[in-house]
Design a protein around this ligand. Structure first.
Ligand SMILES: [Zn+2]
Length: 278
């Protein structure tokens, strides 16, 4: 039976043993089931993330993930992705999420600390982990080195906020990459040396395999993924419609296994030395 875990607990094990925990934004029953089935195939723990702008009520999402997770055979965590504010974090904490992300990365350094620390205080009182972001991971725009995470600031940020895990900007970006991404691995290494906090890579879709393995080897312990498998999902469905008209039920059935296989292949990359995780 699958066990509900703390995200930081999964990531600390990953940090110690040299793999990364895949974290997926899922959007409905089908995508959540595919991610759990893929995690079973890849024999990896998994973090399922709720995207704050998503229309499914938080409680419905949490109930669905916990039910599917317990029916699975993998350790899992339930995480709130990119919360813009304290209230959304609090709602997730009350709903039974095991971790939340407060994204105050747009704010100046000291204000980011203040906003993040406020969430940490409330979350830790309830035994919930917090992910903060320093530097800024952009969206479908040219990568701006000026917004990359700086190692000394990272250490100060972790210390001052008390966060459990840290999202870094090292050349990664959300959505579809315009140019092939080029992660700054030496910078990642310096951040990894400067802080004990497990590090999170957002925008993991479409990062070349060799770079992703290097990132995992140098401290990335959680990888946020959405765009890539959702595009694959759409492509598989479009292809299924090529030869004849189909119902949505036929598309959901037909797409399940190919997309699950696609996700499992990505998960395997995150365990570069192919250790037996559990
Ligand atoms: Zn993100």
């Amino acid at each position: 039976m699958g066990t509900l875990c703390q995200s930081a607990e999964l990531m600390q094990d990953a940090r110690r043993r040299g793999y990364a925990v895949p974290a997926y934004d899922t959007f409905n029953y089908e995508t959540t089931r595919m991610v759990f089935n893929a995690a079973e195939a890849a024999r990896t723990p998994v973090i399922i993330m709720y995207y704050a702008d998503y229309y499914m009520p938080m409680q419905t999402f949490a109930d669905m993930v916990k039910d599917l997770g317990r029916r699975s055979a993998v350790p899992f965590a339930l995480h709130l992705d990119h919360s813009p504010d304290f209230d959304t974090c609090l709602q997730a904490i009350k709903t039974g999420f095991t971790s939340v992300m407060i994204d105050a990365s747009k704010l100046p350094f000291e204000d980011n600390i203040k906003a993040t620390r406020e969430v940490v205080r409330a979350a830790h009182a309830m035994g919930i982990d917090v992910e903060g972001e320093l530097g800024m991971v952009g969206r479908e725009e040219a990568v701006n080195r000026g917004l990359f995470t700086q190692p000394e600031e990272a250490a100060r940020f972790v210390e001052a906020t008390g966060i459990d895990t840290l999202a870094v900007a090292i050349g990664n970006s959300h959505g579809v990459y315009i140019d092939e991404p080029e992660l700054d691995i030496p910078l990642l290494q310096s951040i990894h040396e400067a802080t004990d906090a497990p590090l999170v890579l957002h925008g993991t879709s479409m990062i070349p395999v060799d770079q992703l393995k290097e990132a995992v080897r140098h401290g990335i312990t959680k990888t946020n993924i959405a765009t890539e498998y959702l595009m694959e999902y759409a492509n598989v469905m479009v292809n299924l419609c090529q030869d004849k008209p189909r119902t949505i039920m036929q598309l959901l059935h037909g797409a399940h296994q190919p997309v699950t296989d696609f996700i499992a292949a990505k998960m395997a990359i995150l365990n570069p030395d192919q250790i037996a995780i559990f």
